[in-house]
Design a protein around this ligand. Structure first.
Ligand SMILES: [Zn+2]
Length: 433
């Protein structure tokens, strides 16, 4: 059978920058990686042999995405959210469980998987919450599309938390920690700038200590713990003290309290955007490779909700579409290396998640490719975004790079003109091969 796709041009992976042909077979897996120009014909040929600014990476992975849908389809749907992911160069997303209803029972987990398998444009896996019923812990954690559990502050109060952590450790799956201490968060409704005072850096540190102490009490040294959306140096240091992996998000690298003149709800997020010293040190930590991963924490809401009332509007920033352009931009400006892009978005997420068919251009690996054009330009215009609610805290931001193609299982899912049959899969099926 004819290969589904061939990319020819510059590629970047663990062997560094080189010229190669990546051939994706009709089964959606890499069939061949050729150092010389192979003469394959394929259904789709992306030929960039003469292009010095176009570079292909093993498909980007976003470990922290809120796709909403279910009863919150007015905020975002799996379809609009994954189309936005594709525009950002993301080929695999981790779907967060604070949906309505929440993913804390086996029944809702199965509904979620069904929805994702019929609507997602990119590969996916699911996070669960602490299961509500003790007799469902085993079945939920064992599901092949479940790669981990999200521990929100209120999860610390859940009855079956200890049992869930033990099963996660046994199965080599991860717990992703939202590091704010639930017993310190002030529940007062606060505006964007007040918000920062009620949820200080200290609140993050005590959130990590709470989880660290629980894990040592339970004697679960084997458990893989990942601290998501690190906002500052001290949180990073605390996470490393316990040996946890870390990620940060575009909004903590791009925005700080100097932007509070945009004091609409668009900047409201938890943990909050901090001062400029925190932002610049965080960017240094990220560019030097100390922070392992970049995740979007894409958290869309309805336009009405985000333009209404500063004190009651929900927290969350919808940033998945800038992931690829931002990374390319930081490279063009000399802030990060190509290796950093590869590690933060391809290799490290695959490693942290324990995935065996992602993160490399190798025969038998998933045919996911993110192609970045370093001579491109991306201007953020909410009206042109794929997200359901057309607003953005980044309105007018210009990034000196663009996503050229996003390829999932050998199918070009961005730009959409090149679309064909649906190739997106859950990681359970992909990993089985
Ligand atoms: Zn989140």
């Amino acid at each position: 059978m004819k290969p589904r796709l061939v990319y020819r041009g510059l590629v970047y992976d663990e062997a560094g920058l080189r010229k190669a042909s990546i051939v994706v077979g009709s089964n959606g897996y890499v069939q061949e990686v050729g150092e010389s120009w192979t003469s394959f014909s394929a259904e789709v040929v992306l030929d960039h042999r003469e292009d010095k600014h176009v570079i292909a990476f093993p498909g980007f992975i976003d470990m922290h995405v809120h796709l909403r849908d279910f009863n919150e389809a007015y905020k975002e749907t799996v379809e609009t959210g994954t189309r936005a992911a594709a525009r950002g160069g993301i080929t695999l997303i981790g779907d967060m469980p604070n949906t309505d209803p929440r993913i804390n029972s086996y029944k809702v987990l199965l509904e979620r998987k069904k929805l994702l398998s019929s609507k997602s444009l990119v590969d996916y896996y699911v996070y669960i919450y602490v299961p509500e019923r003790g007799d469902e812990v085993e079945a939920m954690v064992s599901d092949p599309d479940v790669r981990g559990m999200k521990l929100h502050p209120d999860g610390m109060r859940q009855r079956y938390l200890d049992r869930a952590l033990k099963v996660l450790a046994e199965q080599g799956k991860i717990v992703v920690v939202h590091s704010e201490n639930p017993f310190m968060i002030d529940q007062l409704k606060t505006s964007v700038s007040e918000h920062r005072c009620y949820r200080s850096v200290e609140v993050e540190l005590w959130g990590i200590r709470l989880v660290g102490d629980l894990i040592s009490t339970l004697d679960l040294d084997r458990l893989r713990v990942h601290v998501t959306h690190v906002t500052n140096l001290y949180t990073y240091l605390e996470a490393k003290r316990y040996g946890f992996s870390t990620d940060t998000c575009p909004h903590y690298l791009l925005l700080d309290s100097d932007h509070y003149h945009m004091d609409t709800c668009y900047m409201k997020v938890v943990p909050p955007i901090r001062g400029s010293w925190h932002r610049t040190t965080l960017l240094e930590l990220f560019s030097a490779g100390y922070i392992d991963i970049l995740s979007s924490d894409h958290a869309p809401h309805g336009l009405q909700e985000k333009t209404c009332c500063p004190k009651t509007c929900p927290a969350g920033i919808n940033g998945i579409e800038i992931m690829g352009p931002l990374m390319g931009d930081l490279y063009v400006k000399g802030v990060i290396s190509l290796s950093r892009i590869y590690r933060a978005l391809s290799l490290n997420p695959a490693k942290v998640l324990g995935l065996k068919r992602y993160g490399y251009f190798r025969k038998g690996y998933r045919g996911n490719i993110t192609v970045i054009d370093l001579s491109g330009r991306t201007v953020v215009d909410p009206e042109k975004m794929a997200v359901k609610s057309k607003y953005s805290v980044y309105r007018g931001f210009v990034f000196s790079s663009s996503v050229k193609y996003t390829v999932v299982g050998g199918r070009v899912v961005y730009p959409e003109e090149l679309s064909g049959e649906r190739t997106a899969r859950g990681v359970g099926e992909v990993e089985k091969g």
